[in-house]
Design a protein around this ligand. Structure first.
Ligand SMILES: [Zn+2]
Ligand SMILES: [Zn+2]
Length: 97
């Protein structure tokens, strides 16, 4: 079972948690946590790091790459869906008085 995706709990490095259970675990663990407050990664809510380490984390965060490639493919799709503006004009019904 070595290929199950485990992550390390940001609140206690001794906690190895299944990634799929991480959101629930973090909610529970954050209630017992009494260390310095952690900032939440904007790309993945289960990533919690010290505020001074956030800039460094965002540069290396694996979810930042997913996040950006998702956005790129989404905008590419939207671009293809939009008809050229000249065609759109031709398709408009001409209203006559
Ligand atoms: Zn934990
Ligand atoms: Zn992150």
């Amino acid at each position: 079972m070595a290929d199950l995706p485990y992550g390390i709990c940001p609140y206690d490095k001794n906690h190895r948690v299944l990634l799929m259970r991480m959101p629930g675990h973090i909610v529970k663990c954050s209630k017992n946590y009494c260390g310095p407050p952690l900032a939440i990664c904007k790309y993945n809510a289960t990533h919690r790091v010290l505020p001074e380490e956030m800039d460094n984390h965002l540069e290396t965060c694996a979810d930042q790459i997913k996040f950006n490639s998702y956005k790129i493919s989404e905008s590419a799709k939207n671009f293809r869906k939009e008809p050229p503006s000249c065609l759109a004009k031709d398709n408009e019904p001409v209203k006559e008085h």
